[in-house]
Design a protein around this ligand. Structure first.
Ligand code: MN
Length: 245
């Protein structure tokens, strides 16, 4: 290769990099503009992340009204935990549950409230680079929809809003793996900005005293992969919904 063509090639490469960078910042500007309605709600989520480095979504996409989304992601960050997310008013209310959910109604699981996440986050499965916020592997452990779980005759979404505000959030899960009636109860302990709640299964047909559901399901409900396979970037396998292994 002549010196001249080498120089031309490196100029071309620099130009390509510039275009990719410009594309990325245009994307994040667009996301920020789209996010004006929910901008305040997702501000903390966005502040913590560098979307040029992580594949997590920046948020702002609109979703048609309909069922409220539910997801649990298993997240091997500095400490393994399960992120429970429940859609309310255009964002995913989110709790980090160190030990994950339990189907045993006598078990109360600590759930630390974290920043609201964008609804698109529900599809995120992969690896957040080390050194970035939440660095580590994320698995979609369960997903589906949910409804208000209170017995009073209030509008269901209003019931959820009130329950959340009161710290007595009753809901009914319709996931692939988790079902039935649950409650999140806010406790007095902890920083009010990082409220602590307890996640408790109500007694109903979906309750399983003595079971360990987190141990039973070791694969992604979306791609059938184990945590190690997600980390290694293995291809998704076909998933039998709710299959145990
Ligand atoms: Mn997490």
């Amino acid at each position: 290769m002549t010196e001249k063509s080498e120089r031309a090639e490196s100029a071309e490469r620099a130009e390509r990099t510039k275009k990719v960078r410009a594309g990325r910042s245009a994307k994040s500007t667009k996301a920020a503009a789209a996010g004006t309605a929910d901008g305040a709600r997702l501000a903390e989520y966005r502040r913590k992340r560098d979307f040029t480095r992580t594949a997590e979504p920046s948020g702002g996409a609109r979703k048609a009204a309909g069922k409220l989304a539910y997801v649990i992601q298993k997240h091997a960050a500095s400490h393994l935990h399960f992120d429970l997310r429940l859609e309310l008013d255009g964002v995913m209310k989110s709790w980090a549950v160190p030990k994950g959910p339990s189907l045993d109604p006598s078990v109360k699981r600590l759930a630390m409230e974290v920043e609201d996440h964008p609804i698109e986050y529900n599809k995120f499965e992969g690896t957040i680079p080390q050194g970035e916020y939440g660095g580590g592997t994320v698995m979609v452990w369960d997903r589906g929809s949910y409804t208000y779980g209170g017995s009073d005759e209030v509008d269901p979404v209003e019931g959820l809003r009130r329950g959340y505000a009161k710290g007595d959030f009753k809901f009914e899960l319709r996931g692939k793996r988790l079902h039935g009636s649950w409650v999140l109860v806010r406790t007095r302990r902890g920083d009010p900005k990082r409220a602590q709640w307890l996640l408790i299964k109500h007694r109903d047909e979906a309750a399983e005293p003595g079971s360990d559901v987190v141990e039973e399901y070791q694969t992604s409900v979306a791609t059938g992969r184990t945590m190690d396979e997600i980390t290694a970037g293995r291809r998704p396998r076909s998933v039998r919904s709710g299959a145990k292994s």
